[in-house]
Design a protein around this ligand. Structure first.
Ligand code: MRU
Length: 362
């Protein structure tokens, strides 16, 4: 997608040196577009953990390049094991991280060490290119839902939570891909962007992305989504996900479950967009079996923004003696999910439907 007319992906290999990895530091958005150069495994692990890069598919692609950086320094079997272990420990919930690391191990382990670095860069590049193709397909399938609503007349209002746009993937996004395609094809769409406390990925990233692409949108407090549904102002909910179980339970950014409940109560379709690399075929029960990342209390007790003098400032918003809890994700049971938008088409959030559509993976 474009930033001020220049096409970008969220991660790429530096064109000048041909090996270091460039990312957009997402902790600096929307205030500045800082392109960061990463040269070591440790720097990549830090970028994932501290959320300079985030979003399930992008975490996977970043981990793949983390392995490539590690192999450039030391391509021994021990170094490969250590790199994979280090990257796998950065964030626990998004399954794409483990998926990408599994793909890297399968490709690199059988090779002689001298061939591993070049093969790692090639495999990481393939993971990125595949992600772009998969998201484009998700966009095409999701577009049919928006076209269907548009035929009823008027602008289509879509509510989304967190950021499942191009910044969360290599390009296009998952939940936002159908929206970009609808907008590009001339359909009148408008997006309700939930701010997504505590880290505000909706207010800072989704709003920024949509704004850069000219997609009409309105930022709302997380607590306002149900109100707009009650008043008939939401035609569809589309969110992304960090892990889907084989029975179709959906783990996504904290607060998603409440929107699914509100959507069910108001008869609003609740769709989840995902690449098949987000499905964890080893588990059924999302509530019991998905590890939920606990992040620092400071993300809840403070907020960061631009002060009136232009400086970026962090302020405390909670009494200094009050503790805070910060689960980063929640699980929406399959029964609340209208359907899944995958690269192979629309699919019911049910084990039989998922295993039929992905027979070769399940
Ligand atoms: O904690 P984050 O910002 O990595 O969480 C991101 C989300 O929850 C996204 O909705 C999810 O990764 C889908 S990405 C296309």
């Amino acid at each position: 997608m474009k930033i001020d007319g220049t096409p970008y992906r969220s991660i790429w290999v530096d064109e000048e040196d041909g090996w270091s990895v460039r990312i957009i530091d997402q902790t600096k958005l929307p205030w500045s577009v800082d392109l960061v150069r990463l040269t070591t495994l440790e720097q990549m692990a830090h970028a994932i953990k501290a959320m300079l890069v985030r979003g399930a598919p992008l975490i996977g692609a970043s981990a793949a390049y983390g392995v490539a950086l590690a192999m450039r320094a030391d391509a021994s079997g021990a170094a490969l094991d250590q790199a994979i272990e280090c990257l796998a420990a950065t964030r626990p919930t998004a399954i794409n991280l483990r998926w990408a690391l599994g793909r890297m191990r399968a490709r690199l382990a059988p090779l002689p060490p001298a061939e591993r670095a070049a093969a790692a860069y090639a495999e990481a590049a393939r993971i990125c290119d595949d992600d772009v193709g998969v998201n484009e397909a998700i966009g095409r399938h999701g577009l049919t839902l928006i076209q269907e609503k548009a035929r009823e007349g008027g602008r289509v209002n879509i509510l989304t939570h967190c950021n499942a746009g191009w910044l969360a993937t290599v390009d296009w996004g998952t939940a936002l891909a159908p929206i970009y395609m609808a907008h590009n094809s001339g359909l009148a769409v408008h997006v309700w962007v939930e701010e997504t406390r505590p880290r505000n990925q909706g207010a800072s990233l989704t709003a920024w992305e949509l704004g850069k692409h000219g997609v009409p949108h309105t930022v709302i407090a997380d607590n306002a989504g149900g109100h707009f549904m009650q008043h008939g102002d939401v035609d569809l909910v589309i969110v992304g996900t960090d892990r889907v179980t084989r029975q179709g339970d959906v783990c996504n950014k904290i607060g998603t479950y409440l929107k699914a409940l509100a959507a069910r109560d108001n008869g609003v379709p609740f769709w989840v967009a995902l690449p098949s690399s987000t499905i964890d075929w080893t588990i059924r029960d999302g509530l019991a079996d998905i590890p939920i990342e606990e992040r620092a209390a400071a993300e809840v007790t403070t907020m960061t923004g631009r002060a009136m003098d232009g400086s970026i400032t962090t302020v405390r918003i909670v009494p200094s003696a009050s503790p805070a809890a910060n689960p980063a994700f929640d699980v929406t049971p399959a029964r609340l999910v209208t359907g899944l938008i995958t690269e192979r088409g629309l699919c019911e959030a049910r084990e039989a439907a998922l295993t039929q559509m992905f027979r070769d993976l399940a």
